[in-house]
Ligand binder design. Structure first.
Ligand code: CA
Length: 230
């Protein structure tokens, strides 16, 4: 087998068995670390393509480890944790995690998140962002800055366009309010969450069939927004 190499950082034997059985049967190769120290060692020596990170580790909090790893690697990190509060998700994503799954989770959910994260890496590595993205009824031509919904052109303000393009380029992934603000408005605006809410409401009126029940850009309550994958 020659599938992607995944590092699992997890100290609970039961959880480890579950993940091992699930990923192993889908062709992934696995490295296992039960402590932050082992995780750092394996990550530096084996260069895994993706890291699954538990937060409650015996020697260090996984959030701290995520921050440390972000100083030297862009390898996607998916946090898997029993801490399911919105604040915990925001902290993990802002620390540099790419995604967050609350335990207990289903294996299909885990596999889907792994596929998204690995695809983003491949796209970044190929260095050619697709000029035209098609997601459900939406067609976004990044070259022409043109947006079509069900084949009809819609006109967005520059801010709405930036917001839409950002979410589309990270489709499948949750972006926190802070990440969106930094990217669309700039670092000085990182705490102005209401900017995102206001412009998102306007954007949804233009791109969602039913803005009250958005299907394209979904809200992750208290955390941020995610553009659906397909
Ligand atoms: Ca743990």
């Amino acid at each position: 087998m020659n599938g992607p190499l995944i590092l699992i950082v997890e100290d609970e034997p039961q959880m480890l068995r579950f993940i091992r059985a699930s990923l192993g049967s889908h062709g992934y190769r696995l490295l296992e670390a039960g402590t932050a120290q082992e995780a750092t060692q394996l990550a530096t020596t084996h260069a895994p393509e993706l890291i699954l990170m538990d937060l409650g580790l015996p020697d260090m909090d996984g959030l701290e480890l995520t921050k440390q790893m972000r100083e030297w690697t862009r390898t996607p990190i998916i946090v898997i944790s029993a801490r399911g509060r919105e604040d915990d998700k925001v902290l993990a994503l802002d620390a540099g995690a790419d995604d967050y799954l609350t335990k207990p989770f289903g294996i299909n959910e885990l596999l889907a998140r792994i596929r998204v994260a690995l695809r983003h890496v491949r796209e970044a590595a190929s260095n050619v962002s697709e000029p035209v993205l098609t997601i459900r009824d939406l067609t976004l031509d990044l070259g022409k800055r043109q947006v079509l919904v069900s084949g009809k052109e819609v006109h967005l303000t520059p801010t709405e366009y930036k917001l839409l393009a950002l979410l589309a380029q990270h489709r499948g992934k949750v972006l926190t309010h802070r990440q969106i603000l930094k990217d669309v408005w700039g670092p000085a605006y990182a705490n102005q969450s209401h900017y995102v809410r206001v412009h998102m409401a306007e954007l949804r009126k233009k791109v969602e069939a039913d803005p009250a029940r958005p299907k394209l850009i979904v809200t992750e309550p208290g955390v941020g927004y995610r553009m659906r994958e397909d």
